[in-house]
Design a protein around this ligand. Structure first.
Ligand SMILES: Cc1cc2nc3c(=O)[nH]c(=O)nc-3n(C[C@H](O)[C@H](O)[C@H](O)COP(=O)(O)OP(=O)(O)OC[C@H]3O[C@@H](n4cnc5c(N)ncnc54)[C@H](O)[C@@H]3O)c2cc1C
Length: 379
Protein backbone atom coordinates (compact mmCIF):
# COMPACT_ATOMS: atom_id res chain seq x y z
CA UNK A 1 0.00 0.00 0.00
CA UNK A 2 1.26 3.48 -0.86
CA UNK A 3 1.29 5.83 2.12
CA UNK A 4 3.01 8.75 0.40
CA UNK A 5 1.18 11.87 1.65
CA UNK A 6 -1.52 13.01 -0.75
CA UNK A 7 -1.82 16.62 -1.86
CA UNK A 8 -4.60 17.07 0.71
CA UNK A 9 -2.39 15.69 3.51
CA UNK A 10 0.42 18.02 2.46
CA UNK A 11 -1.97 20.98 2.53
CA UNK A 12 -3.25 19.99 5.98
CA UNK A 13 0.32 19.74 7.25
CA UNK A 14 1.14 23.23 5.96
CA UNK A 15 -2.04 24.78 7.39
CA UNK A 16 -1.39 23.28 10.83
CA UNK A 17 2.29 24.27 10.83
CA UNK A 18 1.43 27.88 9.88
CA UNK A 19 -1.44 28.09 12.36
CA UNK A 20 0.55 26.37 15.09
CA UNK A 21 3.50 28.74 14.76
CA UNK A 22 1.31 31.74 15.60
CA UNK A 23 -1.52 30.37 17.73
CA UNK A 24 -0.23 27.29 19.56
CA UNK A 25 3.57 27.25 19.88
CA UNK A 26 3.94 30.62 21.69
CA UNK A 27 1.42 29.54 24.37
CA UNK A 28 2.34 25.89 24.91
CA UNK A 29 4.42 26.42 28.04
CA UNK A 30 1.99 28.81 29.71
CA UNK A 31 -1.06 26.61 29.05
CA UNK A 32 0.90 23.64 30.38
CA UNK A 33 2.10 25.39 33.54
CA UNK A 34 -1.27 26.91 34.37
CA UNK A 35 -3.35 23.92 33.17
CA UNK A 36 -5.33 26.26 30.93
CA UNK A 37 -7.79 24.62 28.56
CA UNK A 38 -7.80 27.20 25.73
CA UNK A 39 -11.44 27.03 24.60
CA UNK A 40 -11.02 29.89 22.11
CA UNK A 41 -8.28 28.01 20.27
CA UNK A 42 -10.70 25.17 19.52
CA UNK A 43 -13.15 27.64 17.99
CA UNK A 44 -10.33 28.75 15.64
CA UNK A 45 -9.51 25.13 14.85
CA UNK A 46 -13.23 24.72 14.07
CA UNK A 47 -12.98 27.55 11.53
CA UNK A 48 -10.11 25.65 9.87
CA UNK A 49 -12.32 22.55 9.59
CA UNK A 50 -10.25 20.56 12.10
CA UNK A 51 -13.03 19.90 14.62
CA UNK A 52 -15.23 17.97 12.21
CA UNK A 53 -12.57 16.27 10.11
CA UNK A 54 -14.55 13.06 9.49
CA UNK A 55 -17.99 14.69 9.42
CA UNK A 56 -19.51 14.78 5.91
CA UNK A 57 -19.85 18.23 4.35
CA UNK A 58 -23.67 17.97 4.42
CA UNK A 59 -23.42 18.25 8.25
CA UNK A 60 -20.91 21.10 8.14
CA UNK A 61 -17.77 18.97 8.43
CA UNK A 62 -14.67 18.60 6.26
CA UNK A 63 -15.71 15.23 4.86
CA UNK A 64 -12.20 13.77 4.99
CA UNK A 65 -11.04 10.19 5.63
CA UNK A 66 -8.95 8.59 8.37
CA UNK A 67 -5.60 9.06 6.59
CA UNK A 68 -6.15 12.83 6.57
CA UNK A 69 -7.42 12.62 10.15
CA UNK A 70 -4.16 10.94 11.23
CA UNK A 71 -2.26 13.81 9.60
CA UNK A 72 -4.36 16.36 11.52
CA UNK A 73 -3.84 14.75 14.92
CA UNK A 74 -0.15 13.94 14.49
CA UNK A 75 0.75 17.40 13.13
CA UNK A 76 -1.04 19.16 16.02
CA UNK A 77 0.56 16.76 18.53
CA UNK A 78 4.04 17.52 17.20
CA UNK A 79 3.43 21.03 18.51
CA UNK A 80 1.38 20.19 21.63
CA UNK A 81 0.16 16.74 22.67
CA UNK A 82 -2.52 18.19 24.92
CA UNK A 83 -4.17 20.10 22.09
CA UNK A 84 -3.86 16.97 19.94
CA UNK A 85 -5.59 14.92 22.64
CA UNK A 86 -8.50 17.36 22.92
CA UNK A 87 -8.96 17.59 19.15
CA UNK A 88 -8.89 13.77 19.00
CA UNK A 89 -11.43 13.27 21.80
CA UNK A 90 -13.79 15.83 20.26
CA UNK A 91 -13.53 14.40 16.73
CA UNK A 92 -13.44 10.67 17.18
CA UNK A 93 -15.19 10.04 20.51
CA UNK A 94 -18.10 12.47 20.97
CA UNK A 95 -18.59 13.52 17.34
CA UNK A 96 -17.59 10.07 16.06
CA UNK A 97 -20.20 8.33 18.24
CA UNK A 98 -23.03 10.55 16.95
CA UNK A 99 -21.75 10.25 13.37
CA UNK A 100 -21.71 6.45 13.54
CA UNK A 101 -24.84 5.79 15.54
CA UNK A 102 -27.06 8.88 15.45
CA UNK A 103 -30.32 8.98 13.48
CA UNK A 104 -30.54 11.41 10.57
CA UNK A 105 -32.38 13.84 12.85
CA UNK A 106 -29.73 13.54 15.59
CA UNK A 107 -26.92 14.07 13.09
CA UNK A 108 -28.59 17.20 11.75
CA UNK A 109 -29.23 18.44 15.27
CA UNK A 110 -25.73 17.93 16.73
CA UNK A 111 -23.05 17.50 14.06
CA UNK A 112 -22.95 21.01 12.53
CA UNK A 113 -22.39 22.63 15.93
CA UNK A 114 -19.72 20.08 16.86
CA UNK A 115 -17.96 20.36 13.49
CA UNK A 116 -17.76 24.15 13.79
CA UNK A 117 -16.67 23.87 17.46
CA UNK A 118 -19.58 26.05 18.53
CA UNK A 119 -19.99 23.10 20.87
CA UNK A 120 -17.03 21.25 22.40
CA UNK A 121 -17.72 17.53 22.73
CA UNK A 122 -17.08 15.09 25.59
CA UNK A 123 -17.50 11.32 25.80
CA UNK A 124 -18.10 9.53 29.09
CA UNK A 125 -17.44 5.84 29.54
CA UNK A 126 -14.93 5.63 32.42
CA UNK A 127 -15.99 5.70 36.10
CA UNK A 128 -14.00 5.86 39.35
CA UNK A 129 -14.14 2.08 39.79
CA UNK A 130 -14.46 0.94 36.22
CA UNK A 131 -11.76 1.88 33.73
CA UNK A 132 -10.53 -1.15 31.82
CA UNK A 133 -13.48 -3.11 33.21
CA UNK A 134 -16.11 -0.84 31.63
CA UNK A 135 -18.86 -3.49 31.66
CA UNK A 136 -18.99 -3.15 35.44
CA UNK A 137 -20.16 0.49 35.30
CA UNK A 138 -22.39 1.88 38.04
CA UNK A 139 -23.81 5.01 36.40
CA UNK A 140 -27.48 4.13 35.74
CA UNK A 141 -30.23 5.37 33.46
CA UNK A 142 -33.84 4.51 34.38
CA UNK A 143 -36.80 5.02 32.11
CA UNK A 144 -39.55 7.28 33.43
CA UNK A 145 -42.28 7.96 30.86
CA UNK A 146 -40.73 9.79 27.91
CA UNK A 147 -37.52 10.48 29.79
CA UNK A 148 -34.44 8.69 31.10
CA UNK A 149 -33.13 9.60 34.55
CA UNK A 150 -29.33 9.47 34.87
CA UNK A 151 -27.51 8.99 38.18
CA UNK A 152 -23.80 8.43 38.78
CA UNK A 153 -20.33 9.83 38.16
CA UNK A 154 -18.02 9.57 35.17
CA UNK A 155 -14.36 10.39 35.69
CA UNK A 156 -11.26 11.19 33.59
CA UNK A 157 -13.48 12.76 30.97
CA UNK A 158 -11.77 14.96 28.42
CA UNK A 159 -13.78 18.24 28.54
CA UNK A 160 -15.85 16.89 31.45
CA UNK A 161 -16.39 20.45 32.73
CA UNK A 162 -16.11 22.63 29.62
CA UNK A 163 -17.78 20.32 27.11
CA UNK A 164 -21.06 21.69 25.72
CA UNK A 165 -22.37 18.29 24.70
CA UNK A 166 -21.55 14.85 26.06
CA UNK A 167 -22.21 11.33 24.87
CA UNK A 168 -22.64 9.29 28.04
CA UNK A 169 -22.78 5.53 28.43
CA UNK A 170 -24.95 4.35 31.34
CA UNK A 171 -26.31 1.09 32.70
CA UNK A 172 -29.82 0.23 31.55
CA UNK A 173 -29.58 -3.53 32.21
CA UNK A 174 -27.55 -6.08 34.12
CA UNK A 175 -23.93 -5.71 35.26
CA UNK A 176 -21.46 -7.41 32.85
CA UNK A 177 -24.14 -7.87 30.20
CA UNK A 178 -22.71 -6.35 27.02
CA UNK A 179 -26.32 -5.42 26.13
CA UNK A 180 -26.89 -3.84 29.55
CA UNK A 181 -25.70 -0.32 28.66
CA UNK A 182 -27.06 2.49 26.50
CA UNK A 183 -25.67 5.72 25.05
CA UNK A 184 -27.25 9.14 25.56
CA UNK A 185 -26.59 12.68 24.39
CA UNK A 186 -26.61 15.14 27.29
CA UNK A 187 -26.35 18.90 26.82
CA UNK A 188 -24.49 21.15 29.23
CA UNK A 189 -27.05 23.04 31.32
CA UNK A 190 -29.43 20.09 31.64
CA UNK A 191 -30.60 20.18 35.29
CA UNK A 192 -28.81 17.50 37.32
CA UNK A 193 -25.70 17.46 35.08
CA UNK A 194 -22.56 19.18 36.39
CA UNK A 195 -18.81 19.09 36.02
CA UNK A 196 -16.86 17.80 39.03
CA UNK A 197 -13.20 17.72 40.04
CA UNK A 198 -10.64 18.75 37.41
CA UNK A 199 -7.56 16.52 37.51
CA UNK A 200 -4.10 17.99 38.11
CA UNK A 201 -2.06 15.89 35.70
CA UNK A 202 1.54 14.91 34.95
CA UNK A 203 1.17 15.80 31.28
CA UNK A 204 -1.48 16.73 28.73
CA UNK A 205 -2.16 19.61 31.08
CA UNK A 206 -3.81 21.93 28.56
CA UNK A 207 -6.39 19.21 27.83
CA UNK A 208 -9.11 19.40 30.45
CA UNK A 209 -9.78 16.12 32.27
CA UNK A 210 -12.65 16.19 34.77
CA UNK A 211 -15.55 14.37 36.38
CA UNK A 212 -19.10 14.54 35.05
CA UNK A 213 -21.76 14.17 37.73
CA UNK A 214 -25.36 13.12 37.12
CA UNK A 215 -27.87 13.65 39.91
CA UNK A 216 -31.41 12.78 38.83
CA UNK A 217 -30.57 14.24 35.44
CA UNK A 218 -33.64 13.89 33.20
CA UNK A 219 -33.07 13.60 29.48
CA UNK A 220 -35.63 13.10 26.71
CA UNK A 221 -35.91 9.54 25.30
CA UNK A 222 -35.09 11.10 21.90
CA UNK A 223 -31.52 11.68 23.16
CA UNK A 224 -30.70 7.96 23.15
CA UNK A 225 -28.24 6.90 20.43
CA UNK A 226 -29.45 3.66 18.85
CA UNK A 227 -31.60 1.25 20.84
CA UNK A 228 -31.61 0.45 24.58
CA UNK A 229 -28.73 -1.96 25.21
CA UNK A 230 -26.61 -0.82 22.25
CA UNK A 231 -24.32 1.49 24.23
CA UNK A 232 -21.41 -0.79 25.10
CA UNK A 233 -21.13 -2.38 21.66
CA UNK A 234 -21.32 1.07 20.06
CA UNK A 235 -18.55 2.25 22.40
CA UNK A 236 -16.22 -0.57 21.41
CA UNK A 237 -16.70 0.40 17.75
CA UNK A 238 -16.13 4.08 18.58
CA UNK A 239 -12.91 3.08 20.36
CA UNK A 240 -11.64 1.32 17.22
CA UNK A 241 -11.53 4.78 15.62
CA UNK A 242 -10.43 6.42 18.87
CA UNK A 243 -7.41 4.16 19.09
CA UNK A 244 -6.27 5.27 15.63
CA UNK A 245 -6.48 8.82 17.05
CA UNK A 246 -4.25 7.92 19.99
CA UNK A 247 -1.82 6.17 17.64
CA UNK A 248 -1.69 9.42 15.60
CA UNK A 249 -1.25 11.44 18.78
CA UNK A 250 1.62 9.15 19.82
CA UNK A 251 3.18 9.48 16.39
CA UNK A 252 3.12 13.27 16.60
CA UNK A 253 4.75 13.25 20.03
CA UNK A 254 7.39 10.72 18.94
CA UNK A 255 8.21 12.73 15.80
CA UNK A 256 8.35 15.99 17.75
CA UNK A 257 10.76 14.47 20.27
CA UNK A 258 12.88 12.85 17.54
CA UNK A 259 13.16 15.98 15.41
CA UNK A 260 14.15 18.09 18.42
CA UNK A 261 16.77 15.51 19.48
CA UNK A 262 18.15 15.15 15.94
CA UNK A 263 18.64 18.92 15.63
CA UNK A 264 20.16 19.26 19.08
CA UNK A 265 22.55 16.36 18.52
CA UNK A 266 24.09 18.25 15.58
CA UNK A 267 24.38 21.52 17.51
CA UNK A 268 25.67 20.31 20.87
CA UNK A 269 29.45 19.87 21.04
CA UNK A 270 31.24 17.72 23.58
CA UNK A 271 34.82 16.46 23.28
CA UNK A 272 35.24 18.94 20.34
CA UNK A 273 32.61 17.36 18.12
CA UNK A 274 28.83 17.31 17.73
CA UNK A 275 27.35 14.64 19.98
CA UNK A 276 25.66 13.12 16.86
CA UNK A 277 29.15 11.86 15.92
CA UNK A 278 29.15 9.54 18.92
CA UNK A 279 27.84 6.13 17.94
CA UNK A 280 26.06 5.92 21.29
CA UNK A 281 23.93 8.93 20.30
CA UNK A 282 23.51 8.12 16.60
CA UNK A 283 22.27 4.61 17.45
CA UNK A 284 19.58 6.12 19.66
CA UNK A 285 18.50 8.27 16.71
CA UNK A 286 18.53 5.20 14.44
CA UNK A 287 16.27 3.28 16.84
CA UNK A 288 13.91 6.23 17.17
CA UNK A 289 13.65 6.74 13.39
CA UNK A 290 13.04 3.03 12.76
CA UNK A 291 10.40 2.65 15.45
CA UNK A 292 8.62 5.83 14.37
CA UNK A 293 8.39 4.61 10.80
CA UNK A 294 7.06 1.22 11.95
CA UNK A 295 4.49 2.99 14.15
CA UNK A 296 3.47 5.23 11.25
CA UNK A 297 2.97 2.26 8.91
CA UNK A 298 0.82 0.44 11.49
CA UNK A 299 -1.23 3.61 12.04
CA UNK A 300 -1.71 4.24 8.32
CA UNK A 301 -2.66 0.58 7.79
CA UNK A 302 -5.40 0.86 10.43
CA UNK A 303 -6.50 4.26 9.08
CA UNK A 304 -6.70 2.95 5.50
CA UNK A 305 -8.80 -0.02 6.67
CA UNK A 306 -11.12 2.26 8.61
CA UNK A 307 -11.59 4.55 5.59
CA UNK A 308 -12.49 1.49 3.51
CA UNK A 309 -15.11 0.51 6.10
CA UNK A 310 -13.25 -2.64 7.19
CA UNK A 311 -13.32 -4.00 10.75
CA UNK A 312 -10.10 -2.63 12.23
CA UNK A 313 -10.36 -3.77 15.86
CA UNK A 314 -7.05 -5.65 15.80
CA UNK A 315 -5.15 -3.23 13.56
CA UNK A 316 -6.29 -0.20 15.57
CA UNK A 317 -5.22 -1.91 18.82
CA UNK A 318 -1.83 -2.84 17.29
CA UNK A 319 -1.28 0.72 16.07
CA UNK A 320 -2.28 2.23 19.40
CA UNK A 321 -0.24 -0.23 21.45
CA UNK A 322 2.93 0.05 19.39
CA UNK A 323 2.82 3.79 18.62
CA UNK A 324 2.16 4.74 22.24
CA UNK A 325 5.05 2.64 23.54
CA UNK A 326 7.27 4.15 20.80
CA UNK A 327 6.25 7.66 21.89
CA UNK A 328 7.32 6.90 25.47
CA UNK A 329 10.66 5.41 24.34
CA UNK A 330 11.36 8.22 21.84
CA UNK A 331 10.57 10.96 24.38
CA UNK A 332 12.76 9.21 26.96
CA UNK A 333 15.70 9.00 24.55
CA UNK A 334 15.17 12.60 23.46
CA UNK A 335 15.54 13.79 27.06
CA UNK A 336 18.69 11.66 27.31
CA UNK A 337 20.17 13.19 24.16
CA UNK A 338 19.52 16.68 25.52
CA UNK A 339 21.27 15.75 28.77
CA UNK A 340 20.67 18.23 31.60
CA UNK A 341 19.01 20.72 29.24
CA UNK A 342 16.41 18.09 28.42
CA UNK A 343 15.39 18.08 32.05
CA UNK A 344 14.38 21.76 31.91
CA UNK A 345 11.46 23.66 30.47
CA UNK A 346 13.82 25.63 28.20
CA UNK A 347 13.55 22.83 25.65
CA UNK A 348 10.45 20.98 24.42
CA UNK A 349 11.47 17.41 25.18
CA UNK A 350 10.53 17.32 28.89
CA UNK A 351 6.93 18.05 27.85
CA UNK A 352 6.96 15.34 25.17
CA UNK A 353 8.23 13.00 27.91
CA UNK A 354 5.33 13.88 30.25
CA UNK A 355 2.65 13.96 27.55
CA UNK A 356 3.71 10.67 25.94
CA UNK A 357 2.83 8.55 28.98
CA UNK A 358 -0.89 9.23 28.62
CA UNK A 359 -0.84 7.47 25.25
CA UNK A 360 -0.17 4.08 26.88
CA UNK A 361 -3.16 4.62 29.24
CA UNK A 362 -6.05 6.54 27.59
CA UNK A 363 -8.61 4.71 25.42
CA UNK A 364 -7.41 1.39 26.77
CA UNK A 365 -4.04 0.71 28.37
CA UNK A 366 -1.23 -1.16 26.60
CA UNK A 367 -2.22 -4.29 28.55
CA UNK A 368 -5.81 -4.00 27.30
CA UNK A 369 -4.58 -3.50 23.72
CA UNK A 370 -2.65 -6.78 24.04
CA UNK A 371 -5.85 -8.49 25.26
CA UNK A 372 -7.73 -7.15 22.22
CA UNK A 373 -4.96 -8.17 19.79
CA UNK A 374 -4.71 -11.65 21.31
CA UNK A 375 -8.50 -12.13 21.40
CA UNK A 376 -8.73 -11.31 17.69
CA UNK A 377 -5.75 -13.59 16.91
CA UNK A 378 -7.25 -16.49 18.86
CA UNK A 379 -10.74 -16.22 17.33
C1 LIG B 1 -5.82 12.30 30.40
C2 LIG B 1 -6.90 11.26 30.34
C3 LIG B 1 -8.00 11.48 29.50
C4 LIG B 1 -9.04 10.55 29.46
N1 LIG B 1 -10.17 10.83 28.70
C5 LIG B 1 -11.24 9.99 28.77
C6 LIG B 1 -12.47 10.33 28.12
O1 LIG B 1 -12.59 11.37 27.45
N2 LIG B 1 -13.53 9.49 28.27
C7 LIG B 1 -13.46 8.33 28.99
O2 LIG B 1 -14.45 7.63 29.09
N3 LIG B 1 -12.29 7.98 29.63
C8 LIG B 1 -11.19 8.78 29.53
N4 LIG B 1 -10.03 8.44 30.18
C9 LIG B 1 -9.98 7.21 30.97
C10 LIG B 1 -9.06 6.14 30.39
O3 LIG B 1 -9.64 5.59 29.24
C11 LIG B 1 -8.79 5.13 31.50
O4 LIG B 1 -7.91 5.77 32.42
C12 LIG B 1 -8.18 3.86 30.99
O5 LIG B 1 -9.11 3.14 30.24
C13 LIG B 1 -7.65 2.95 32.13
O6 LIG B 1 -8.58 2.81 33.14
P1 LIG B 1 -8.14 3.05 34.66
O7 LIG B 1 -7.46 4.36 34.70
O8 LIG B 1 -9.35 2.88 35.52
O9 LIG B 1 -7.09 1.91 34.96
P2 LIG B 1 -7.41 0.43 35.48
O10 LIG B 1 -8.43 -0.20 34.61
O11 LIG B 1 -7.68 0.48 36.93
O12 LIG B 1 -6.02 -0.28 35.23
C14 LIG B 1 -4.93 -0.22 36.15
C15 LIG B 1 -3.82 -1.13 35.64
O13 LIG B 1 -4.30 -2.49 35.59
C16 LIG B 1 -4.13 -3.01 34.29
N5 LIG B 1 -5.22 -3.93 33.95
C17 LIG B 1 -6.56 -3.75 34.13
N6 LIG B 1 -7.23 -4.80 33.69
C18 LIG B 1 -6.33 -5.69 33.21
C19 LIG B 1 -6.39 -6.97 32.60
N7 LIG B 1 -7.57 -7.57 32.37
N8 LIG B 1 -5.23 -7.59 32.25
C20 LIG B 1 -4.03 -6.99 32.46
N9 LIG B 1 -3.90 -5.78 33.03
C21 LIG B 1 -5.03 -5.12 33.39
C22 LIG B 1 -4.14 -1.79 33.37
O14 LIG B 1 -3.51 -2.07 32.13
C23 LIG B 1 -3.38 -0.77 34.22
O15 LIG B 1 -2.01 -1.00 34.07
C24 LIG B 1 -8.96 9.35 30.21
C25 LIG B 1 -7.83 9.12 31.01
C26 LIG B 1 -6.82 10.06 31.10
C27 LIG B 1 -5.65 9.79 32.00
Amino acid sequence: MNFEPTEMQQQITQVIRDFGKTHIQPNVLEWDETQTFPVQLFKQLGELGLMGVLVPEQYGGSGLGYLEYVTVISEISKICGAIGLSVAAHNSLCTGHILQFGTEEQKQQYLPKLASAEWIGAWGLTEPNTGSDAMNMKCVAQKDGDEWVLNGTKCWITHGKSGDLAVVIARTGNVRDSHGMSAFVVKRGTPGFSGGKKENKLGMRASETAEMIFDNCRIPAANMLGKPGDGFIQSMKVLDGGRISIAALSLGIAKGAYEAALKYSKERYQFDQPISKFQGISFKLADMATEIMAAELLTMQAAAGKTQGKKVTQHAAMAKYYASEVAVRAANEAVQIFGGYGYTKDFPVEKFYRDAKLCTIGEGTSEIQKLVIAREALK
